[in-house]
Ligand binder design. Structure first.
Ligand code: NAP
Length: 267
């Protein structure tokens, strides 16, 4: 099996990564930084975001596994003390055939950024946001080429279902099961008066719908893409929709979404 490991960089995660390499070499796994079949992320959900963006051009060829070294994660289900178990599952215990993992796929967002200085395309695992640098953001939001609202406020957050438990949650957005192929638009502190009027609640767009956000004043913006920050001084618009690409996770045991929501936020 070809594998790669990314860790968060703290001592525990680095130690676990070394331990994983040792166990993997005993089982005959091949370390492959270019085209791994399995990418193991050791750290937290933030580490999974890094792993995702590291292999963003090869998503269809690989599956991700998360080991958490802090609290139970949304993308990381294996505990630090279960590393041996994980390697056993991956390699097959006591000479048995390795158990084939269930491959679970989650939706992603694709976005096209149109700027006076050029265009670019991206995909996000959690969300992207548009926020002002100097003041409020002024933007027109169109859904499926029809003007929907004129936004003014701190910003706009467009999240995936698996990102709904991250920034989106802090904005009062809904938790969305990752089997629902949708994107969620949540407002960040909108101003509502006679000129600027927004829905005031988050909304979900299904697959095959698209949303355009047009910059409606000269403004310096920052576009966040998961953990990445992209300064944008000359934005024309951003178009986003549910991507045709997905991220795959290798599940060697069940990891139900609603259990994760309950464990993270309720118990
Ligand atoms: P960070 O600011 O160091 O950490 C953000 C926190 O979000 C971490 O506790 C991280 O978990 C958690 N997280 C990441 N993805 C999650 C998910 N899908 N569901 C639930 N929690 C999640 O930044 P980072 O580690 O580079 O992560 C970037 C993410 O931070 C962004 O994608 C955004 O969603 C989130 N963020 C949240 C807020 C907010 O809630 N007000 C503001 C800005 C950004 P771990 O500790 O397990 O890594």
């Amino acid at each position: 099996m070809r594998y790669y490991v990314l860790d968060r960089g703290d001592q525990l995660s680095v130690d676990l990564a070394q331990q994983f390499h040792r166990l993997a070499s005993e089982r005959g796994f091949e370390l492959d930084a270019e085209s791994p079949e399995i990418v193991v992320s050791i750290g937290g959900d933030g580490t999974m975001l890094h792993a995702f963006h590291t292999f963003i051009d090869r998503l269809s060829d690989m599956a991700f596994v998360g080991v958490h070294t802090g609290h139970l994660g949304f993308y990381a289900d294996w505990r630090a003390d279960e590393l041996h178990d994980l390697v056993d599952h991956m390699s097959g215990k006591n000479g048995q055939e390795p158990k084939k993992p269930r491959i679970v796929q989650y939706p992603l967002i694709e976005l096209d950024i149109y700027k006076k200085s050029g265009n670019s395309s991206h995909i996000a695992l959690n969300e992207f946001t548009l926020k002002g640098v100097d003041g409020t953001v002024v933007a027109q939001v169109d859904i499926n080429d029809v003007t929907f609202e004129m936004f003014r406020g701190d910003g706009i957050c467009i999240s995936t279902p698996s990102g709904s438990t991250a920034y989106n949650k802090a904005l009062g957005g809904a938790m969305v099961h990752p089997q629902i192929e949708a994107l969620q638009l949540a407002e960040i502190a909108s101003i509502n008066n006679r000129v600027y009027r927004t829905l005031g609640s988050s909304l979900l767009l299904p697959k095959h719908h698209h949303c355009d956000i047009f910059s409606r004043k000269e403004q310096r913006l920052v576009l966040t893409l998961d953990h990445l920050n992209i300064p944008v001084d000359d934005l024309i618009s951003v178009r986003c929709q549910v991507s045709n690409q997905k991220i795959s996770f290798a599940r060697y045991r069940p990891f139900p979404f609603w259990n994760r929501v309950r464990n993270a936020f309720l118990s």
